[in-house]
Design a binder for this molecule. Structure first.
Ligand code: TMP
Length: 216
């Protein structure tokens, strides 16, 4: 059995990560590779329960560190119950958000101490770094408008969508800073592209950086 590969998608609200995750998984399937898509926070029943709690804003009053601990608790369960077993079976895993979301939302924007956050990250992922991270870059005004459009009638705005435009602008810059600091792992994509063109650009990068062995 071949080796699985771990890819993450990152970016601000409404950037098109989940659509891209599906498109990449379909292309991998067509290339004879078993791929599965998942998301954070969530991806396993226990992590989805934590997701509901955080996005409803129930942890906000406890501060950024408590939120980072909850995201990490969800991540540990997700890794143990879904991601590592899939990679061990030789499957590819495409995850909508992972550690960079914690680095950006809780770290840079929540102003958490860098050393503390790095220590928390190390115990949480225990060596499981994504091999490729695609950062979907988008003007937050466009992203937030897209996110508002897809909200169902009566559905409340979530914990982070409700932050200020300045927050979302800083978030965009924080992602670009990660991409510059870790160019071997990260690639930036223009999320204003139509979905098919975005998928094509992402597929091109994936093919260039990771070996596709249909025997996996
Ligand atoms: P989304 O999956 O619909 O984008 O919602 C997840 C929200 O949670 C999004 O606003 C980003 C935020 N988030 C964090 O703040 N920290 C994290 O570690 C993760 C995974 C998500």
């Amino acid at each position: 059995m071949g080796k699985g590969h771990f890819i993450t998608l990152e970016g601000g609200e409404g950037a098109g990560k989940s659509t891209l995750a599906r498109a990449l998984s379909e292309r991998l399937d067509a290339a004879g590779v078993t791929a599965r898509t998942t998301r954070e926070p969530g991806g396993s029943p226990k992590a989805e329960a934590i997701r509901e709690m955080i996005l409803a804003g129930q942890a906000r009053d406890y501060g950024s560190f408590a939120e980072a601990l909850l995201f990490s608790a969800a991540r540990i369960d997700h890794i143990d119950s879904l991601i590592r077993p899939a990679l061990d079976r030789g499957e590819w895993v495409i995850c909508d958000r992972f550690i960079d979301s914690t680095r950006v939302y809780q770290g840079v924007l929540g102003k958490l101490d860098k050393t503390v956050l790095a220590e928390l990250e190390a115990v949480t992922i225990s060596g499981l770094m994504p091999e490729l991270t695609l950062i979907l870059d988008l003007d937050p005004e466009i992203g937030l408008a897209r996110a508002a459009k897809r909200r169902r009638p009566g559905e409340a705005i979530d914990r982070f969508e409700g932050e200020t435009l300045a927050f979302h602008r800083n978030l965009r810059q924080a992602y670009l800073d990660i991409a510059s600091a870790e160019p071997q792992r990260c690639a930036v994509l223009d999320a204003t592209l139509p979905p098919e063109a975005l998928a094509e650009a992402a597929w091109h990068i994936l093919r260039a950086r990771l070996p596709i062995d249909p025997d996996t």
